[in-house]
Design a protein around this ligand. Structure first.
Ligand code: ZN
Length: 290
């Protein structure tokens, strides 16, 4: 009898394993945009946990002990690379995780930002397709039983990205070439600029961290006039009087918010990558179009 019980236990244990193997693949994504890509490719076969969530700053993140736990539990960790997640190697070491670390930008020729690689490769939709292909291959390798599903999901999502790319090109086409130029405090649009031909000029001598002074505003006004820049996106200026002053003295349009490094939560304007690119294109065309 005891022998029989033991056998039943053994059989039940063996039976339990395929159930676990058929469960969702636990994936950690370093930040919200990669998390969205993984969701689109993984669908219902994957549980995605994002370390730097909506509206978070992935450049200066301070990981928590809960993050180490998430990484310890993950079967796969997917990161941007190109120096974006400087805080990650220590976190991985602290977690003791042996999960493969997949760099989603593998195969993308990086642009330079000063002496470093520019990490914001996702701002070109063509590059986003490379991210998706890398994620698809990583998920399929980690969970071969669901490879077909990942392949089909990736194909469907890549087609959406193709349509998005065409949308961006058509929108930029409508802006007169001489007006394809903005001042922006973001330094995140190098890949967008290179892919679509909209120039992003940094405000000269102005801190991007603090509220600009009257003198900063004077410098911005001179820069807009001399470089004939039709629109400015200055999100760190919260004082509406300064914004009105710039618009009044230069005739430049002061645009809304451009999203670069993080999605918003579900209730925000950019809960997905595709929504983010559409939002930016709308903001740019309404500020730059005639
Ligand atoms: Zn950035």
């Amino acid at each position: 009898m005891r022998r029989l019980l033991w056998l039943v236990c053994l059989v039940l244990t063996v039976m339990a394993f395929p159930v676990r193997a058929a469960g969702r693949l636990e994936v950690v994504a370093s930040f919200s945009i990669i998390g969205d890509f993984v969701k689109n490719v993984g669908g219902d076969r994957v549980d995605v946990t994002t370390l730097v969530g909506p509206n978070g700053d992935v450049h200066v993140y301070t990981p928590t002990p809960a993050d180490a736990k998430k990484i310890a539990d993950a079967k796969l960790v997917i990161i941007n690379g190109l120096g974006l997640e400087g805080w990650l190697p220590r976190l991985i070491q602290a977690s003791g995780s042996k999960a493969p670390i997949i760099t989603a930008t593998k195969g993308i020729a990086p642009l330079r930002q000063g002496s470093d690689a520019d990490p914001h490769a996702w701002q070109s939709v063509a590059n986003a397709k490379v991210y998706v292909a890398n994620i698809r291959d990583a998920l399929a390798a980690a969970d071969p039983a669901d490879a077909e599903v990942f392949l089909a999901n990736a194909r469907r999502y890549q087609a959406e990205l193709d349509a998005l790319e065409a949308e961006v090109r058509a929108a930029v086409e409508k802006i007169p070439p001489a007006r394809r130029k903005v001042i922006s405090t973001h330094n995140a649009f190098g890949y967008f600029a290179a892919a679509y031909g909209v120039e992003f000029v940094a405000p000269e001598g102005v801190s991007t961290e603090t509220e600009p002074s009257a003198r900063d505003v004077g410098a911005i006004v001179r820069q807009i006039k001399s470089a004939k820049i039709p629109a400015v996106f200055l999100e760190n200026i919260s004082d509406p009087r300064l914004v009105r002053q710039i618009a009044a003295e230069t005739g430049a349009k002061v645009g809304g918010t451009l999203f670069s490094d993080a999605l918003t939560d579900e209730k925000g304007v950019c809960p997905t990558y595709i929504a983010m690119v559409r939002h930016n294109i709308k903001a740019l065309t309404s500020a730059l179009g005639n």
